[in-house]
Design a protein around this ligand. Structure first.
Ligand SMILES: CC(C)(COP(=O)(O)OP(=O)(O)OC[C@H]1O[C@@H](n2cnc3c(N)ncnc32)[C@H](O)[C@@H]1OP(=O)(O)O)[C@@H](O)C(=O)NCCC(=O)NCCS
Length: 157
């Protein structure tokens, strides 16, 4: 398993495939290219296995805040710890680049994602009423505090 920044030339088709299989309002090729071309804070990380993109995580790094916009694993590869691994690597990379806290929104009904985020130390701080469409649903706003670069973690015990 390799986690790295997306190279649009080789990875974008794979990201779009995972995106389309994962979300009811998927981002398009143009949205990704625009995001990467015009935003100095945007990054997309990809998880590859055997040369194929099987997951991605798109983020904005704004000063010491990591805003996680999307996280998805190909349906064929879910339930094996890969979403957890990808998010862990992204948080580590962002912490190395100065992030100290991370935030994201998740559908209230998305139990799998909510459990994953709880495992990774995210806590609910609020909601946005009817934030999502297709279907309309509330977003839960989660934050994870105290990010530290992987090498700086304090050993306990
Ligand atoms: C949310 C999502 C990214 C999770 O990815 P994933 O790779 O399935 O996540 P994980 O495998 O790390 O964790 C999922 C479950 O598999 C379990 N699991 C992890 N490793 C496992 C293994 N080796 N064998 C069996 N189960 C395992 C985890 O314990 C977890 O179970 P739980 O939810 O009951 O606690 C994925 O479901 C997805 O792409 N969903 C659609 C898009 C989406 O909703 N994204 C989130 C938007 S906010």
């Amino acid at each position: 398993m390799i986690v790295s920044l997306m190279d649009p030339a080789t990875d974008l088709d794979g990201v779009l495939d995972v995106e389309e299989q994962s979300f009811t309002n998927p981002w398009t090729r143009e949205m990704y290219l625009n995001e990467l071309a015009h935003s100095r804070v945007a990054r997309v990380y990809v998880l590859r296995a055997e040369g194929r993109v099987i997951g991605f995580c798109s983020v904005w790094l704004i000063l010491d805040e990591l805003h996680i916009n999307n996280l998805a694993i190909h349906p064929d590869a879910r339930g094996r710890g890969l979403g957890t691994l990808l998010l862990d690597r992204v948080l580590g990379a962002a912490a190395q680049d100065g992030a100290r806290r991370a935030t994201l929104e998740v559908r209230r009904s998305n139990d799998t994602a909510r459990r994953l985020y709880r495992r990774m130390g995210f806590e609910m701080v609020g909601t946005r009423r009817n934030y999502y469409t297709s279907p309309v649903e509330d977003a839960l706003i989660l934050w994870r505090e105290g990010l530290v670069p992987p090498g700086d973690a304090v050993e306990s015990g």
